[in-house]
Write a protein that binds this ligand. Structure first.
Ligand code: THG
Length: 298
């Protein structure tokens, strides 16, 4: 059986060129068009990212929920750092049990405010491995944070099966070591929280890289995460190649990259097209070659 990944489509976003203005001005058309496009592309969830929304979050999030639910039944993933907006958004969600709260981090204040909201909604929860001191430095700090979050969620009656741990993808521009520590955590997760799922915002890895090159990093990074059984990923659903990987339709590429992760490199002279791109991109993401924006030309 081919391995699949559930896609959380990321494009309805207050920072986006199409969706940002529409969200700020409460124009339903562009948001509803994008929701339908993401659903048609095969998204399992639609992320609604309103950002910090300090002024109007409690009004904007319910608006986004109702706007999107009017055109699709695909479950939603409510994405905001504003805890009041999150609570107001969940009040509006029709199918709360199928939805995702994005996210609860290991910051005491966020845990206190959001865990009761999640417990009442009986929704899925992204447990973001971001603590009071920010980004965890290595896989052990990630593991400690995951235990804290799991215990707090469990005490509120939320089972492991409803948790999605996000080790936080780091940009390749920060170096391959940081990427490796996220992957190491993914390998530990089934022992830390048996039955729990996982997610990563794939595009974090290509943050700061020239636009036309980003998709290559996101695609190969997803395949690397699949080696450790990632269950969902936050994706650009407009990338059809990435969506094909999610659907389990690129098993040859998956096998090649996973082989490389085990030290079995193919002969690159026998590779071409997308397979060769994965080969070169894996070498960049794993630190085998020093990262620069010419990695695909090497
Ligand atoms: N983990 C979790 N949630 C997250 C992230 C994560 N939510 C936010 C973010 N990271 C994932 N969402 C996005 C949404 C859009 C983009 C990246 C990540 C993006 N957009 C294009 C750009 O900026 O170039 C296009 C924008 C446009 O339409 O113009 O890159 O890591 N749990």
């Amino acid at each position: 059986m081919a391995q699949t990944v559930q896609a959380i489509a990321e494009s309805i976003n207050i920072m986006g060129t199409r969706s940002g203005n529409a969200m700020r001005e409460r124009i339903v058309g562009p948001v509803q068009e994008m929701a339908k496009e993401e659903a048609d592309a095969g998204a399992t969830y639609l992320d609604l990212n309103i950002g910090p929304a300090r002024k109007d979050g409690t009004e904007l999030m319910p608006w986004a929920v109702e706007t999107v639910e009017a055109v699709t039944d695909v479950p939603l993933c409510l994405d905001s750092t504003n805890t009041d907006a999150m609570a107001a958004g969940f009040k509006a969600v029709k199918n709360k049990e199928a939805a995702i709260m994005n996210s609860i981090s290991a910051q005491p204040e966020r845990m206190e405010k959001l865990i009761p909201v999640a417990a009442e909604a009986n929704c899925n929860v992204i447990a973001l491995l971001w603590g009071p001191d920010g980004m965890p430095r290595d896989s052990n700090e990630r593991a400690a944070m995951a235990v804290d979050l799991m215990m707090a969620l469990m005490e509120a009656g939320i089972p492991n099966e409803k948790m999605l741990f996000d080790p936080i993808g780091t940009p390749i521009t920060l170096g391959a070591d940081q990427i490796r520590s996220g992957l190491e955590f993914m390998e530990m997760l089934s022992e830390i929280a048996p039955g729990a799922g996982s997610t990563v915002g794939l595009s974090n890895v290509s943050n700061g890289v020239a636009e036309h090159l980003r998709k290559h990093l996101d695609r190969t990074y997803l395949i690397m995460l699949m080696k450790y059984g990632i269950s969902t990923a936050i994706v650009n659903s407009y990338d059809t190649e990435l969506m094909a990987i999610c659907r389990g339709e690129r098993q040859d590429h998956v096998d090649m990259v996973h082989g490389m992760m085990d030290g079995n490199d193919p002969d690159p002279s026998g590779l071409s097209g997308v397979a060769l791109e994965h080969f070169k991109t894996y070498n960049a993401l794993s630190g085998k070659t020093v990262f620069s924006e010419s990695w695909l030309e090497l």
